[in-house]
Ligand binder design. Structure first.
Ligand code: NDP
Ligand code: PYC
Length: 339
């Protein structure tokens, strides 16, 4: 096997954006989608890095995402702001409304962004990290497509339903966690399938409901929630808050809309909450960021790592040395550039 070839963030960004534009995506949307894909690759989040480009191109070719959609903001000056992605990608819709969401959270203490009718394929840490950079705590969640069995069941019904949380820190990278409520993201299982490696025990059951470490059998069967009934309940909450409550697809409908195929990325809504810790703590006379710091440093003092520490370390390395791409990944990029 040959060593990976390093490529700079800007060079990879330009190539991914160029591929999307060639496939008909309007430049502003291509830029937003490329940012989140390349940031995932830079941070060594392979399941939502450049591997996702292939899925985006497949949905574009299937006509299940509008590449020219321009996000429309609906703002009545209240705590809930809506942005209609118009069947386009979620990332440009988020970035179209992000500054308004942050300003409203600072004005009112908390504000919510409802993203309607979007093609959602990406990692969520990108959104909460951007809000934490504005001094805000943030929660982001969305349904996905129904490949996960509820705890105690064996039929796929829930999505891999990611949830991310961000908390600002003074002079440090924010506290951010971001995970699928299934044991692993579906993308992780797909990467095992491609590599021909087994998945760890406890990730999935086969069509007969039997535990499996075979990625093919897992993709054909049902994925499992993390933490048994606890993850199942959190996943259900994600369906209710970012599906039912918004009047947007839950994961079952999202899968049906894509013809029952995981080859196409899911289309539904998303919910992003932004909270200003300074507003919440104002009457206490205490500094919420300094208070939070006591906990976060105490965790580190035990030798435990914080979520996203691995990601931030990977980012620093990639920005210094380049983003390592395998020969197969480079060949695929070149193939897409010839489309
Ligand atoms: P992981 O299990 O890889 O990571 C989950 C989180 O836990 C990360 O914040 C990670 O930080 C942190 N973490 C991992 N190990 C430790 C540890 N030992 N100590 C402390 N923290 C730790 O994520 P998933 O596979 O569940 O999800 C991957 C991505 O997939 C997410 O970004 C998610 O948004 C995305 N996704 C998107 C979906 C969609 O529909 N759009 C659906 C499902 C998932 P670190 O990164 O630093 O390791
Ligand atoms: O990895 O489960 C996943 C996923 C679904 C949609 C985007 N990512």
């Amino acid at each position: 096997m040959t060593d990976p070839t390093p490529i700079s963030f800007d060079a990879l960004l330009a190539r991914v954006q160029g591929i999307l534009e060639t496939c008909g995506v309007r430049p502003e949307s291509a830029a937003a989608v490329a940012q989140v894909i390349v940031a995932g690759e830079r941070d060594a989040c392979k399941s939502h890095g450049i591997y996702r480009l292939e899925g985006c191109l497949r949905v574009l070719a299937a006509g299940k995402v509008d590449p020219q959609a321009v996000p429309q903001i609906h703002d009545a000056g209240r705590a809930v702001i809506e942005v209609d992605a118009g069947g386009g990608f979620s990332n440009p819709a988020f970035y179209a409304a992000k500054d308004l969401l942050a300003a409203r959270a600072k004005e009112m203490g908390l504000a919510a962004l409802v993203i309607r009718d979007c093609l959602h394929f990406s990692a969520l840490w990108h959104d909460v990290e951007a809000l934490a950079a504005d001094g805000l705590a943030a929660l982001s969640m969305c349904p996905s497509y129904a490949f996960v069995a509820p705890a105690g069941g064996r039929e796929p019904l829930l999505g891999t339903n990611p949830i991310a949380f961000g908390w600002p820190r003074a002079g440090a990278t924010p506290y951010v966690f971001d995970f699928a409520t299934s044991v692993a993201a579906r993308g992780e299982i797909e990467l095992h399938r491609r590599a021909g490696t087994p998945i760890p025990e406890g990730w999935a059951v086969d069509r007969e409901g039997k535990p499996t470490t075979d990625p093919e059998a897992a993709l054909a069967g049902a994925m499992l929630t993390f933490g048994a009934h606890k993850g199942s309940a959190i996943s259900t909450m994600v369906e209710l808050l970012s599906g039912a409550m918004l009047g947007e697809f839950m994961s079952r409908e999202a899968l049906d809309f894509m013809g029952g195929s995981a080859a196409l990325l899911p289309r539904h809504g998303a919910l992003v909450l932004a909270l200003d810790p300074q507003v919440f703590a104002a009457r206490s006379g205490r500094d919420p960021i300094a208070e939070g710091e006591k906990l976060l440093t105490a965790i580190g003092a035990q030798g435990a790592r914080l979520p996203s520490e691995r990601r931030f370390a990977a980012r620093a390395k990639a920005l210094r040395d380049g983003i390592p791409l395998s020969a197969a990944e480079l060949a695929q990029l070149e193939r897409f550039e010839r489309l």
